[in-house]
Design a protein around this ligand. Sequence first.
Ligand SMILES: [Zn+2]
Length: 364
Amino acid sequence: MVASASGRRSAARTRTRRASAVVVPQPGVVVGLDVGGTSINATVLDGFGVFLVDRLHETPSRVLEGPQVAVEALAEALAGVLQTTALRRDAVRGVGLDTPGPASAAGVISSKGGTNFNQPEWHGFDIRGSLEARLGLPVVYTNDANAAALYAHHVHFGPEAGSRSSVAAIVGTGLGGGVVESGRVVQGAAGMAGELGHVQIPMHGLLAEGQPMPVCNCGFVGDAESVASLSGIVNNLLPFWLSRYPDHELHRAGSVRAAALLVRKYAEAGDPMARQIFEQQAAALGRLFTIAANFTDPHAYFLGGGVVETEPHFREWFLAEVRRNTLLREEQQRSATLALVPDRDMAGARGAAIAARDTLEPLG
Ligand SMILES: [Zn+2]
């Protein structure tokens, strides 16, 4: 089991300052741009490691209108956040960009597209290179789960971030992840490191009697995402558990997907079927972290996404279940913590900005 998170948030590298405050421009700010299906969230990180925006700074992402329109929307988001922080464009050293995957480490959208990038023009589109050409500024690409992982790491460890390691699992439609070593995201040879959702985990003792082996959208049987994600609930967990509860209200939700979106509310209210679904998700996450413990033995395990944006009593129960299923050696128990990814909505933009700062050559 993992010791409780101390909840400490270091002030040193990730402090925030009100956007409305008078800001003295520091040479070498970086801008973080987090691209989602509907909006771009923008932030600014200055040369002292201070975020100059302390709230969501959103503009439309226009990704459904294709790459050219979306790149223009990114340029507008950059201009907008500079205006908000009263910074001149020549103060910007570079831009950190993050999007949902799948994309290469160099910021080329998968040749098969992705959830937010499914028109043909997006397939194989070099969003990083296109934005760099449009802005005339260096652009550093990170995928959104890696960006959130990096942000959690820096908030948690503060000035010690560069000498610490962590893994993060972000539960959403899928199960995103990130591995951070010595303060840097591990990208891997093909840019596919940290795809924790597609790590196969032991199912023995996790599945109920008669429960079919869960299958992931990626084709793997019994990987972490096949259980610990909204897709896992829709495709695998809910169909089985509804068959065990023939009188459950969620049979009348209209569709499995509609029912899946309601499961968390039921679990928060103590519904036995919904609790069993989340018990299985927590067990999957704990087993995933157990693999991480034996693989890289990180200092911290971070959990993020909708599953932790819940009622405190449910969140604490869920975290305790994850902890109970994370099997650490005695020595590891003393040094490791399990903590939440903070500032969920801003974590992507902020992590992308940190990645850009750490990748770009220092000034002078
Ligand atoms: Zn998978």
